[in-house]
Design a protein around this ligand. Structure first.
Ligand SMILES: Nc1ncnc2c1ncn2[C@@H]1O[C@H](COP(=O)(O)OP(=O)(O)OP(=O)(O)O)[C@@H](O)[C@H]1O
Ligand SMILES: [Mg+2]
Length: 331
């Protein structure tokens, strides 16, 4: 089946303008997702995962701005849409589950009220029809006794149930794309598994494409088709899950893989955290952002920014080790 590009972010730069200077949170990032795909975005805290997606949704805080780049979705450049048009994209074409559910659920409205409002506004459903549909959606995200729960407020729900409500709101208008920012990080393992299962089920039933931001490489392995590894506001490596796990071509990806337990390996392996810290995004280094922490760093890595190398079909790495003249190292 021919692949259809759903979202394509090209050379996105997003900065925050603060009293101490410009924070280059997203610095020349290109990401795409095809229809029907699940794309993972991984990377340490502060690498720009959320900011890249908030730029796409037009939801940056006041001091944040898309400085350059394109965000192409259904034939439009979202980076150039006005607030009214963006509101309609957000309500009905792209749904987002936010990192912190309590900041995005409105505490003073019942959850039924919040879903119904979205349906009335974006689907123009009459109120009674919207309420009927809200009940259906709550049931579809496995919220028990939806007819009772629909009249409750966000604080009356447990963490896992709140996350289901967030998913319900995000999918209620049948979006083509669902962006899930750390949807399970705050939850315990069993609930985490249930939420991921629910997302898989929704995907296969509704055909929604999913961008999943996570710290957890185990989650990526279980859920995603492709992965983008982000580091200090840039894409370090991208490829299929299989390429990234089996043939990582960027030392940062390798570092991430070594820092998580691998249940598939028989012998007990030692986990190695990546030493050091990411650079200050107020003063990003001239060369590779990872050079200071990289065991393979060469002189050029400190002086020049690595271009993106095609290392195999659909597999890219922004690391000089992939240059034809670089010394060969076994990663
Ligand atoms: N409103 C803001 N003002 C200034 N800097 C900001 C603002 N919001 C985010 N940043 C900075 O942008 C960078 C990227 O942040 P972002 O939230 O995208 O990271 P992340 O990869 O989502 O991290 P995490 O895994 O912790 O969620 C960070 O350095 C952060 O401090
Ligand atoms: Mg984040």
């Amino acid at each position: 089946m021919a692949k259809e590009r759903l979202l394509e972010i090209r050379n996105l730069r997003t900065s925050f303008f603060t009293h101490v200077g410009e924070v280059k949170a997203v610095d020349d990032v290109s990401i795409y997702i095809d229809r029907g795909e699940t794309l993972g975005i991984v990377g340490e805290s502060g690498s720009g995962k959320s900011v890249a997606m908030l730029s796409t949704m037009g939801l940056l805080s006041e001091n944040g701005r898309v400085v350059s780049g394109e965000i192409l979705f259904s034939g439009r450049n979202l980076a150039q849409l006005g607030e009214r048009e963006m509101e309609s994209v957000r309500g009905s074409e792209i749904g987002m589950i936010f990192q912190d559910p309590m900041t995005s659920l409105n505490p003073v409205f019942t959850i039924g009220g919040q879903i119904t409002e979205t349906l009335v506004k974006h689907r123009k459903l009459p109120k009674t029809e919207a309420k009927r549909r809200a009940l259906e959606i709550l049931a579809s995200v496995m919220i028990p006794s939806p007819d009772r729960r629909i009249n409750q407020y966000p604080h009356e729900f447990s963490g896992g149930m709140r996350q289901r409500v967030m998913i319900a709101i995000a999918i209620c208008c049948d979006p083509d794309l669902l962006i899930a920012d750390e949807p399970t990080t705050a939850l315990d393992v069993t609930i985490q598994a249930q939420i991921l299962e629910l997302m898989k089920e929704l995907k296969s039933r509704l055909g929604t494409s999913i961008i999943l931001i996570t710290h957890d490489l185990g989650v990526v392995a279980g859920m995603c088709d492709r992965v983008n590894v982000m580091y200090a506001g840039r894409i370090a490596e991208s490829g299929t899950v299989r390429d990234i796990f089996r043939r990582p071509r960027h030392p940062y990806t390798l570092g991430l893989l070594k820092s998580v337990p691998n249940p598939n390996r028989m012998q007990k392996e030692r986990l190695v955290p990546i030493k050091g810290h990411p650079p200050d995004l107020l003063k990003p280094p001239a060369g590779c952002a990872f050079a200071a922490r990289c065991t393979y760093a060469m002189k050029i890595c400190v002086n020049a920014r690595p271009p993106v190398f095609d290392v195999a079909e659909g597999h890219q790495s922004a690391c000089f080790l992939n240059h034809p003249d670089a010394p060969s190292v076994s990663m």
